[in-house]
Design a protein around this ligand. Structure first.
Ligand code: NAD
Ligand code: IPM
Ligand code: MN
Length: 359
């Protein structure tokens, strides 16, 4: 039996609440399958930790995380610490230090999930965003000149390297080839205004396309994409986007699939040189924290993505279990019109899994 070592960072706000259910489902899955096991070590890093120690994570935190097969993260950020400190200190630090250059974000409407688009159903909303995850607009290059003076200037420079951009494009094309979809890759750009970074991005996209002529390609500006996601989500299969644009369009994607309570993601280092990190797209949702009402489905779906990545199998039973729950309409949290607690949803998913896997 193989034991996978998982580093668990529950983080802030609802992060810990949904993490408990994610791990519950992971353990249910493993014990039902019988041939895998997970060993967890939990790290108390986050905003509370920062207020006590002045650090978002230990100085040797990355060394500690390196020895794990994967990292599960709840959410980072709370109003008691400035967001740029908490996020750069933990989440963005891990993504960049572990060269998790792909952020994979599926947008899939499950049967029974509430879609805000009139006349659209699960057959129309099923695509994946490949988000560049270690550089671009998030490179952290810049500074403030003449602070607090009338001539104050803020600089924030995007950095796009050929090496990384080529790897991201290649990954996206290969995904479009492997996915049982439309064999289409949409390049999300803004090269009409960003005359260096996005012109370069488009150039690498077009160069990579030459090696994948079996894949249909298109290039669409990010502003237009937000409109088309609403008007014709069925047009998309795989999309590739820079760090910031990928961030923005995937919250919109989350809305299409029923809300942030459904959106999962994997921060991947595909070569396995460093551990990959799996986290829901949502944040710590301070308004919901401590109430036991957060929807754990995004975290459960995230766990499924980790299983797919580690075991190289599709842990589809987990999605089937969630779909059954949605279709029955019971055991749902308030964001889905129900009255169930976070914990009750986790229990109900395990109950469904038990029937599905034993059957
Ligand atoms: P958020 O995703 O935390 O919440 C926005 C809203 O979405 C919530 O008010 C809630 O209505 C809904 N929501 C989110 N998750 C939900 C869930 N599981 N179930 C039900 N409803 C849910 O975004 P925000 O309010 O912009 O950010 C709060 C904090 O989280 C900030 O500090 C932000 O920087 C941080 N953040 C962290 C991550 C991360 O760790 N990956 C992601 C996004 C935001
Ligand atoms: C996400 C989040 C983060 C991001 C923030 C909290 C830094 O919004 O994971 O989507 O922008 O990557
Ligand atoms: Mn985001």
């Amino acid at each position: 039996m193989k034991t996978y070592k998982i580093a668990v960072i529950p983080g802030d706000g609802i992060g810990g609440e949904v993490m408990t259910e994610g791990i519950k489902v992971l353990d249910c899955y493993a014990s039902l399958k019988g041939n895998i096991k997970f060993a967890y070590e939990t790290f108390p890093w986050g905003c509370e930790y920062y207020l006590k120690t002045g650090k978002m994570m230990d100085d040797d935190g990355l060394e500690k995380l390196k020895k794990f097969d994967a990292i599960l993260l709840g959410a980072v950020g709370f109003p008691n610490v400035p967001d740029h400190i908490s996020l750069h200190g933990l989440l963005i630090n891990i993504r960049q230090s572990f060269n998790q250059y792909i952020n994979l974000r599926p947008v899939k409407l499950l049967p029974g999930a509430p879609c805000p688009l009139k006349g659209k159903g699960p057959q129309d909303i099923d695509f994946v965003v490949v988000r560049e995850n270690v550089e671009g607009e998030y490179s952290g290059v810049g500074g403030i000149r003449f602070p607090d003076k009338p001539e104050e200037i803020a600089l924030q420079t995007s950095v796009f390297t050929r090496k990384n951009t080529e790897k991201v494009m290649e990954y996206a094309f290969q995904l479009a080839e492997e996915r049982n979809g439309k064999r289409k890759l949409t390049n999300v750009t803004k090269s009409n205004a960003l005359n260096y970074s996005m012109v370069f991005w488009d150039k690498i996209f077009n160069e990579t396309a030459l090696k994948h002529q079996d894949i249909q390609t298109e290039t669409i500006h990010v502003d237009a994409i937000t409109m088309y996601f609403i008007q014709k989500p069925e047009a998309y299969d795989v999309l590739v986007a820079s760090n910031l644009f990928g961030d923005i369009i995937t919250d919109l994607g989350a809305a299409l699939q029923g809300g942030l309570g459904f959106a999962a993601s994997g921060n991947l280092n595909p070569e396995g040189e460093y551990p990959s990190m799996f986290e829901p797209v949502h944040g710590s949702a301070p308004v919901l924290a401590g109430k036991g009402v957060a929807n754990p489905i995004a975290m459960v779906w995230t766990v499924k993505m980790m299983l797919d990545f580690l075991l190289k199998v599709e842990a589809d039973e987990i999605i089937t279990a969630v779909t059954q729950l949605l279709q029955e309409g019971e055991s749902l949290t308030p964001d889905l019109g129900g009255t169930a607690t976070t914990q009750e949803v986790g229990d109900a998913i395990c109950g469904k899994l038990a029937k599905l896997i034993k059957a």
